[in-house]
Design a protein around this ligand. Structure first.
Ligand SMILES: [Zn+2]
Length: 273
């Protein structure tokens, strides 16, 4: 068992290994990129992918590896564009490691998908000829932290309904500015404060909690709106390469994909497990 990036790097590449690198879910990549202590201790998804492939590759009987950019979902629930985009990029980096591994091989099937959509973030059209939209989206590259990090600094969790005594509107405004490099208005800061304190009331069911209010405010600057804080029913991406990928239809139910994977991995009698 390894608990840090250094321990992972020192660990034998033979045999089984369990890595737990944080007290709870791994930190968001946007926080990871801003905090050197996290970079020291927590490997990236690409590094974990590489560590897993090096070990599994030694098995002469082949292997099944599942890699999940798990917190993309969390960031979508939290309507946090920086959490989402940087974790999606971290997942892309992991895909690159997999592509490098499969390059020149003809014995490895890769399936790339997600089990559902979530919150459906989208960049709105702003300015003449939509000229403002890319400029607004660009602000995300200067974000230092996720909304989760802002919550932690304020000592509140997603479902808290009150702020500690002594936390002011100005403190909330400063933290948001530090995390996103964006100076919100006082009116917006009051809305964010009220949402964190559980006393924001708008006639929109998915804009009552801090996640919906935060993202609505930040959309004034980054242009990204979310439709909800929940999973959504849309079709999702499915890509595959390697042997057997031609058996995967263009449209497939996610529950059917499991049966296809079992078939292609030649796993038999799994229903009796
Ligand atoms: Zn979810």
């Amino acid at each position: 068992m390894v608990k840090s990036k250094a321990e992972l790097n020192r660990a034998s590449e033979n045999g089984k290994i369990l890595g737990t690198f944080y007290g709870s879910h791994l930190p968001y990549s946007v926080d990871h990129k801003s905090l050197p202590e996290l970079q020291e201790s927590v490997p990236t998804l690409a590094e974990l992918t590489d560590a897993a492939l090096k070990r599994l590759d030694k098995n002469n009987n082949g292997f099944i590896l599942q890699i999940e950019g798990g917190r993309v979902d969390h960031a979508a629930h939290g309507n946090c564009p920086s959490g989402l985009i940087y974790d999606q990029i971290a997942f892309d980096d992991a895909i690159k490691v997999v592509m490098d591994y499969t390059e020149g091989r003809d014995d490895t099937l890769v399936i790339l998908t997600t089990d559902h959509g979530n919150a459906n973030p989208g960049l709105g059209a702003y300015g003449s000829g939509y000229s403002q939209s890319p400029i607004m989206l660009d602000t995300i590259k200067d974000y230092k932290h996720s909304f989760e990090w802002v919550h932690r600094q304020l000592n509140v969790s997603w479902d808290d309904t009150s702020l500690d005594d002594g936390i002011t509107v100005n403190r909330v405004r400063e933290l948001i500015e530090y995390a996103s490099n964006t100076r919100i208005t006082e009116e917006e800061a009051i809305m964010a404060f009220q949402a964190l304190n559980g006393d924001f009331r708008a006639p929109f069911r998915n804009r009552q909690g801090a996640a919906g209010v935060f993202s609505g405010i930040m959309a004034n600057y980054n242009g990204i709106y979310f439709i909800s804080t929940t999973h959504t029913s849309d079709y999702v991406e499915l890509a595959a390469w390697g042997p057997g990928s031609d058996k995967i239809p263009t449209f497939v139910r996610n529950t059917d994909l499991f049966d296809l994977m079992v078939e292609m991995a030649a796993v038999q009698d799994y229903t009796t497990f």
